[in-house]
Design a protein around this ligand. Structure first.
Ligand code: 7RM
Length: 606
């Protein structure tokens, strides 16, 4: 209805509490990194906390349309912070807590955030991450670049009073990674403790009534030019699409306990850990830790602890656990499981079958869901127990989604075919723009094939009409389900004084799906040493984050190029794989370099 108003936070919380009478239902079971550290929150408790924090934000001067940066571990306060933004019509821009200070700074600057919400520190497995320290580094850089960000709200998480007063634990038995006397760097001019602000805030807060096309959030995703793109989603369409796809793709039932292992810092955590499940009044697990800590049975012990019925994870996690065999899985019952989901990258049939046979005991349908940050929700996916499955295929389009496969000249291919995956019609959850750069939005997604949305993925349709994603066809890498561009890794390498040129290609990896293989040429006077290699890896890690750490760095006397000077990554990919079948190399300006590069390949793990 034209002129009607809504609020997504109201629909997720107030409506479920007041109209659906779900106030006492658990919204989230929180499971900490350390076994034994856990909490839960009901719908009405969540509503109260969100209202309190929405009031805090308003009292700090945050208004509708302002951008708020959130850089937090997987804790309940993260959900509270994002929904509080949505309640007052401010846009959240969540930055994955595994990203570096440089990455955080770049994202804060790009959308002009006025306030940052972060936490003191947290553990991922046995690794301590001093988040506030990294945030401070980012804020210092932002300040130097003229950012208007003046305020930072900090959750006391690792240093929580109830578990770590003066280094002793009030929990018994003491939880070994919690009783830490961590020093949180503090800047009194801008830092405020979350709990201090919350203590005096009212639990009632009138939502900001929004138009369905009002902005909801920005989430950055890697772009092939190397600069992250601020994907913008709006209230109405995104809400509808996340809610509906969650309901049908996981066959949601009110008694379900649902667990999506993705981090909220990625789109999967936005749509299928927060917005979709809460819109349906679901009970979910929010897990802070990693699948391998304290041991590789952790996932299944959590499944049993909360009697998880619907489980959603990434192929990289499945391959990782598969490596450790069936025994750690079989030690746990898993009999509560009903539907298993996969997302983030193509799932190889071997991993699919292991997931199906070992984890699900051939009783649970697998939903292999293909979608993107840009699409807001599922695009190609089976419906559990309704769609006959084929291991490795995302099967068919979701309701309202109209895919097509195009050839290089933009012609639609019928029947069995392989080519560019595009969508022919908009759907409710489609991104509305790239924040601050509508022109880039048009050129990236709609220019190559006018009239279609271009995914950037290759796809095959088989004789039965099933869709099979074949992977990215642009200069993107998919490392453990996380998209990175070759350009951003290259520019991080090029910032090192020893490097004159760098070319990065994706390379098959048994666990991560793809990994990062780099070719570098050196400036005069520099030598390619183990030390240099370590420095380069460290540099990329610091510039982008640990997920971007190169697996291989090969010295190249020069790089193969076309006559117009373009680096031919297609050939470098083959060299990395030792695939001698290079096809046509007659367009190269310097074909002689190829045999040197084959001879200098990195065969073993560096
Ligand atoms: C949800 C998410 C998007 C890219 C996408 C694909 C790849 C995601 C699948 C998949 C094959 C899948 N958003 N991808 N899911 N490939 N099968 N089920 O991952 O923006 O971070 O990444 O991920 O290449 O274009 S994302």
């Amino acid at each position: 209805m034209k002129g009607a108003t809504t609020n997504i936070c109201y629909n997720l919380l107030d409506r479920n509490v007041n109209e659906k009478k779900l106030g006492d239902k658990i919204a989230f079971y929180w499971e900490g990194n350390e076994p034994g550290d856990s909490a839960k929150i009901t719908y009405s408790e969540l509503l109260h906390k969100v209202c309190q924090f929405a009031n805090v934000l308003r009292s700090q001067g945050v208004k509708k349309g302002d951008r708020i940066s959130i850089y937090m571990p997987m804790i309940l306060e993260l959900v509270v912070a994002m929904l509080a933004c949505a309640r007052i019509g401010a846009l959240h821009s969540i930055v994955f807590a595994g990203f570096s200070a440089d990455s955080l700074c770049e994202r804060i600057l790009n959308c002009g955030c006025s306030l940052l919400i972060t936490a003191d520190a947290f553990y991922r497995g046995d690794k301590l991450i001093n988040l506030k320290q990294i945030a401070d580094e980012a804020l210092q850089k932002c300040k130097e670049k003229g950012s208007p960000l003046k305020k930072c709200i900090v959750v006391k998480h690792l240093g929580r009073e109830e578990v770590a007063v003066d280094g002793t634990c009030s929990k018994s038995p003491p939880l070994k990674r919690l009783c830490q006397d961590i020093q949180t760097p503090w800047n009194p001019a801008m830092d405020m403790w979350w709990h201090e602000l919350m203590s005096s805030a009212s639990t009632e807060c009138e939502p900001e009534w929004c138009d369905s096309e009002d902005e909801l959030f920005i989430l950055y995703t890697s772009g092939s030019t190397g600069k992250p793109k601020g994907v913008l989603h709006t209230v109405g369409g995104y809400m509808l699409f996340a809610a509906t796809s969650f309901k049908y793709v996981f066959d949601y039932q009110p008694e379900d306990v649902y667990w999506c292992t993705a981090d909220i810092g990625w789109i999967t955590g936005h749509s299928y850990l927060t917005y979709g499940p809460l819109a349906n009044g679901a009970t979910s697990v929010l897990f802070e830790g990693v699948p391998t800590y304290p041991d590789v049975g952790r996932m299944w012990s959590i499944v049993d602890k909360y009697k998880v019925t619907k489980f959603y994870t990434a192929p990289t996690a499945i391959r990782l656990l598969m490596k450790h065999g069936e025994e750690p899985v079989k030690k746990h019952s898993r009999k509560s499981l009903k539907v298993l989901g996969s997302v983030g990258e193509p799932i190889n049939p071997e991993a699919w079958l292991w997931y199906y046979r070992v984890v699900g005991e051939e009783r649970c349908p697998i939903v292999d869901t293909f979608w993107q940050t840009e699409t807001g929700g599922h695009m190609l996916t089976p419906l559990p127990a309704a769609t006959p499955m084929k291991p490795g295929s995302a099967t068919f389009p979701f309701f309202g989604v109209v895919p097509a496969i195009l050839n290089e000249s933009g012609e639609e291919l019928e029947g069995e075919a392989e080519g560019y995956l595009v969508f022919k019609q908009p759907w409710p959850g489609i991104m509305r723009t790239l924040y601050g750069n509508h022109q880039q939005f048009e050129t990236t997604y709609f220019k190559k094939f006018p009239g279609y949305y271009v995914t950037g993925d290759g796809c095959r349709r088989d004789k039965d009409g099933y869709y099979w994603i074949t992977g990215r066809i642009d200069d993107m890498l998919n490392v453990s389900g996380h998209l990175l561009s070759t350009a951003e890794v290259e520019s991080a390498l090029l910032e090192h004084a020893a490097i004159s040129e760098a070319a990065v290609v994706s390379h098959p990896h048994p666990l991560k799906g793809e990994c990062i293989y780099c070719f570098v040429t050196l400036r005069d006077g520099h030598e390619f040493t183990k030390n240099l290699m370590d420095e380069l890896k460290k540099q990329v890690r610091e510039k982008i984050g640990p997920i971007a750490t190169p697996d291989y760095i090969q010295y190249a006397p020069s790089l193969p190029k076309t006559r117009s000077g373009k680096i031919t990554r297609r050939i470098l990919r083959k060299i990395a794989k030792n695939d001698q079948d290079l096809g046509d190399i007659s367009t190269l300006a310097n074909p002689g370099i190829i045999k040197h590069l084959f001879n200098g390949r990195c065969d073993t793990k560096q």
